[in-house]
Design a protein around this ligand. Structure first.
Ligand code: MN
Ligand code: MN
Length: 260
């Protein structure tokens, strides 16, 4: 039975449009433990908090420290759930996982492909992490769900890297969920429609419902060895509703991660 370590990464320096995601980790945690809800996932099993090792939150001075912090936490047979932070943090996190998981599949939920070769002069922008992951051979498969902003450059990048994109415009959730390799789940909250998740920096209407994301997580047929919840921007939120959604999804993800 694996233990899950929680690490909060208070970093939004690579967010191109608005900052604020650095404020997210303690608020997601607060919503997670808030007595307004119990700690049972929808499968009826309460999350065993004795198997959570909370490492606390980290203020990041140097982007590449994120890899070292993650590596320090990735010991014994623990798995890591990261609370972000903007989406740039996923590249150093995946780099830290590579030694242990040389064959890794990634499921990314997002409005955006984040496959830019560079964005506004920065190759490590939150618009680029999955280009860095794929060109460094850190994932066997990258499956993206919720995409609704594909432009010609990112389409080209997706073809170059063999990324499997499930765009919103022709989404069939029933075809997603099976993976051969250990799976890393990267959840960018802007994949969810801003009607459900207003607390994100990029409002992109036409997204997934909360229910669809929960179903997607529950239907994953693979061992989830790590996950992140990123791009929650409390400064954009409405009465904390996105924080509570992040906490609900955290519960469902933890329940899957702890099952194996
Ligand atoms: Mn993203
Ligand atoms: Mn996004």
């Amino acid at each position: 039975m694996s233990t899950v370590r929680i690490q909060g990464i208070e970093y939004d320096e690579k967010s191109s449009f608005q900052q604020g995601a650095r404020l997210a980790p303690p608020l997601i945690r607060e919503a997670f433990y808030c007595p307004s809800a119990n700690l049972s996932a929808e499968n009826g099993q309460p999350i065993d908090v004795s198997r959570i090792q909370d490492q606390g939150d980290f203020k990041i001075a140097d982007y590449f420290d994120i890899e070292n912090i993650t590596r320090d936490h990735l010991v014994d047979d623990t798995k890591i759930l990261t609370l972000g932070g903007d989406h740039s943090i996923t590249f150093p996190i995946i780099r830290a996982h590579h030694d242990r998981y040389p064959k890794l599949d990634i499921l990314q939920i997002d409005a955006h492909s984040d496959l830019y070769d560079e964005f506004e002069g920065d190759r490590f922008s939150h618009a680029c992490p999955f280009a860095r992951i794929m060109e460094n051979g850190l994932a066997v498969r990258l499956v993206q769900v919720g995409i609704r902003t594909l432009n010609p450059h990112q389409k080209e990048q997706a073809e170059r890297f063999g990324v499997e994109i499930h765009q919103m415009k022709d989404l069939d959730l029933g075809t997603i969920g099976g993976f051969e390799n250990p799976l890393y789940l990267s959840l960018d909250l802007d994949g969810i429609d801003p009607a459900f998740a207003p607390g994100v920096s990029h409002h992109e209407p036409g997204g997934l419902s909360s229910r669809q994301v929960i179903d997607l997580i529950q239907n994953i047929d693979a061992e989830i060895i790590g996950a992140d919840i990123v791009e929650y921007n409390p400064e954009r939120d409405f009465k904390g509703m996105t924080g509570y959604l992040a906490a609900k999804l955290m519960k469902e993800i933890l329940s899957k991660m702890m099952k194996q």
